[in-house]
Design a protein around this ligand. Structure first.
Ligand code: XIL
Length: 352
């Protein structure tokens, strides 16, 4: 166990004993019950402050990913500095509990610190390569799978390569994706390299465009012989929209035909548009998850299923998609008292 050393003793503070107790109880956690690894995004800070949260994660998860801590905004406070404290703490926690670890995210339009706006075109490639190599190398052999590029596809047609506007697209053009993937492969040849995307599963609208653009990007990378191992389907499902099982199944089939694996990386149900009461929300949410996982599993068994959080107590959803009736959001498999909801039963059906 490596958490109780030096600076981290300070970081753990008064919660350290409870935290360490949770770790040592963990070796027998039910996180081992999965056939298909199931896990969750983790908020590293809560591992310190909330022992119940930590214990629930250890019980439920055989794979974890940090919700924050490895994003540019967390890890690159300045052009010169890397801050690995949250990342190291998270990786130590996961390793101490024998959990598999995903890394999120080396390149993303979001969560960029303000200083990156001043990155010039001539220096962009060097900075991007330096960043990817430094972060991947630090966790080589520990983080088995990386979201190298997160959310590459734009919401609408009209961008170069249908790619999402970002500093990297602006400075380097579409080649930023291959640059990042090659840098990651060089830094840890054994890491699985993933492109992670959302909005690929619903009926109609933007999802049709995004499916096409995403597949075209994957085909291009394959043609160019760029190192890439898998696709992340985030799965931020809209509770009030149907899953297009046929189109999602076709996408997964086409992805598999390219020799790429599939991971469900950020599953949750955005319930802002779903009428209450709680039972009704939970029933619809579980059926959306069933539709989503069913369409994927029918084509190719994913190498893991991760939800973007474990308990309704801690989720990004209320910040961005608060319910209009003022009741708490219910996006995740456990309720706010850590009781399993219908969604967890669905996940168990697929992953057990
Ligand atoms: C979100 C986190 O959950 C929030 O806590 C943070 O404030 C913003 O980012 N898709 C992603 C994730 O790939 O990185 C996002 O995470 C949610 C949507």
């Amino acid at each position: 166990m490596t958490v109780d050393t030096g600076r981290r003793r300070f970081l753990l503070g008064s919660a350290s004993l409870a935290g360490l107790a949770a770790i040592s109880g963990a070796a027998h956690g039910a996180g081992r019950r999965w056939t298909i690894p199931y896990g969750s995004a983790v908020r590293p800070g809560l591992l310190v402050t909330d022992p119940a949260y930590r214990a629930a994660l250890v019980d439920a998860c055989s794979i974890v990913v940090p919700e924050g801590g490895l994003k540019w905004a967390d890890i690159r406070p300045t052009r010169e500095a890397f801050d690995f404290e949250a990342g190291d703490f998270f990786v130590d926690f996961a390793a101490a509990n024998a959990m598999a670890i995903r890394g999120h995210a080396l390149v993303w339009a979001g969560a960029m610190p303000a200083w990156t706006a001043s990155i010039g075109a001539a220096e962009a490639e060097g900075l991007l390569v330096e960043h990817v190599q430094a972060v991947v190398a630090r966790y080589a052999g520990r983080i088995a799978s990386w979201d190298v590029v997160n959310e590459p596809i734009a919401e609408d047609r009209g961008q170069p390569g249908d790619l999402r506007p970002s500093i990297w697209l602006d400075r380097l053009g579409p080649s930023y994706i291959a640059i990042a993937l090659r840098a990651a492969a060089a830094a840890d040849p054994s890491a699985r390299l993933v492109l992670n995307e959302y909005g690929l599963e619903h009926v109609g609208g933007r999802d049709i465009v995004k499916r096409e653009a995403f597949l075209a990007l994957l085909r291009q990378l394959r043609q160019d012989d760029v190192p890439l191992h898998g696709v992340g389907l985030q799965g931020h499902l809209r509770g009030d929209r149907s899953i297009d099982r046929d189109a999602l199944g076709a996408l997964v089939r086409d992805v598999a035909a390219l020799g790429l694996s599939v991971t469900v990386t950020e599953l949750d149900v955005i319930d802002a548009g779903l009428p209450g009461p709680a039972d009704a929300i939970d029933t619809v949410a579980a059926s959306r998850v069933d539709d989503f996982l069913g369409a994927i599993f029918a084509q190719k068994v994913p190498d893991a299923v991760l939800t973007w959080g474990l308990t309704d107590r801690y989720s990004w959803v209320p910040t961005y998609f608060a319910r209009r009736d003022g009741t708490p959001n219910r996006p995740l498999p456990l309720d706010d008292a850590y009781r399993p909801k219908a969604m967890m039963r669905v996940i168990e059906r697929y992953c057990r």
